[in-house]
Design a protein around this ligand. Structure first.
Ligand code: NAP
Length: 329
């Protein structure tokens, strides 16, 4: 191993806020059982929030952001992860409370790691990353609550984003009829290529028309929240479920109890960060098999180096990113 390595570091001290590529040494890394030579990370909405000067998600500085990690084990005191093994990690405190994936090396607890699943490369694992994992978790929760292909259209909101684009492609691969809502009028063809059969404008789904409205959707995956979640609850069919994971459209929720007590609609909360280990391990296996998006690396993914992170972080917070951005180290 080299003595120093490249890292994208956030500092916030007496000299003010700075973000940029620096050289770190191994003594700078936090404690942990396993040191990983990071090969790929990715840029999620939360990484955009982490890079803000007044970040609502970073709890300590200096911080190496990057909530996703894929690489090979460089040093380990954990018998499950021998040197050279390919591993992935997402969530937990990575990139917000514990140094994350935007560095050539990361050190973390072995309990946060998974072996790279069969049928996924390190690059593909990060093309999925937290966004793809969350889309998969939302689909699994919808299925556990009764959703099946053939039930009718499933609406994905914020559909060109990381969670949205992977969800559209996964659902269509499973045989669902997929509807997609987007604010990007130029990206309807992209969404059709991913498998969306019906496309709605963001404004069509941004507020409930009434407490309960026409029954349209067999289910929904919602990374947008706010008025859009209110719309989904009021338009989901009898007994259907809405899986919410995000807040790009706002954290407020305006609804009534009527969708729940008159239509038996389920509101499912989706959290990838503290997802229990058994669920996480099983879902990574599905991500390499039936949930692997067909257009993952061709259509959905773009790549940057460490120096490209600030621009992408700004774009993702502005809602201007299409698909997934991976960081190549
Ligand atoms: N709960 C969890 O574990 C978890 C995990 C991953 C992500 N998340 C959350 O899920 C959300 C999406 O994450 P992501 O990484 O997929 O982000 P992303 O790539 O930026 O995608 C978000 C999409 O939301 C839409 N959007 C942006 N601003 C909007 C606005 N003001 N009103 C309505 N729609 C808007 C855009 O899609 P269109 O242009 O197509 O409309 C955008 O591409 C974030 O809130 C993130 O924090 C949560």
């Amino acid at each position: 191993m080299t003595e120093t390595f490249d890292a994208f570091v956030l500092r916030n001290d007496d000299a003010g806020f700075r973000a940029g590529v620096e050289q770190l040494g191994f003594d700078d890394l936090p404690a942990g059982d396993v040191t990983v030579r990071v090969r790929y990370s990715s840029v999620n909405y939360k990484d955009g929030l982490a890079c803000l000067p007044e970040s609502p998600v970073v709890t300590a500085y200096p911080m190496v952001p990057g909530i996703d990690i894929a690489g090979t084990v460089a040093e380990s005191s954990d018998p499950r992860f021998e040197v050279g093994k390919e591993v992935v990690a997402i969530g937990r405190g990575l990139g917000t409370a514990h140094f994350g994936g935007y560095a050539e090396y990361a050190r973390l607890p072995g309990d946060w790691l998974e072996p790279l699943p069969p049928n996924l490369s390190l690059r593909e694992a990060m093309a999925l990353g937290t966004a793809g994992f969350t889309a998969a978790l939302a689909i699994q929760r919808l299925e556990e609550n009764g959703l099946e292909p053939g039930d009718g259209p499933v609406l994905v909101t914020g559909a060109t984003g990381g969670v949205g684009s992977t969800a559209v492609n996964m659902l269509s691969g499973l045989g669902y009829e997929v509807a997609a809502s987007t604010g990007k009028v130029d990206e309807h063809e992209f969404l059709r290529e991913l498998g969306a059969a019906q496309i709605l404008g963001r404004e069509d789904v941004s507020a409930p028309g009434g407490p309960i409205d026409a029954e349209l959707w067999a289910g929904a995956i919602d990374p947008v929240g706010g008025g859009t979640l209110g719309y989904l609850l009021s338009t989901t069919r009898y007994g259907g479920s809405v899986a919410n994971c995000g807040l790009t459209g706002g954290s407020e929720l305006s609804t009534t109890v009527l969708p729940f007590i008159l239509r038996g609609v389920n509101l499912l909360g989706i959290d990838s960060v503290m997802c229990p280990a058994d669920v996480r391990a099983a879902l990574w296996l599905r991500l390499g098999s039936d949930l692997k998006p067909k257009y993952l690396t061709e259509g959905i993914t773009h790549e940057v180096g460490l120096d490209g992170i600030p621009a992408v972080a700004g774009q993702i917070l502005a809602g201007a990113i299409k698909g997934r951005t991976i960081v190549h180290l």
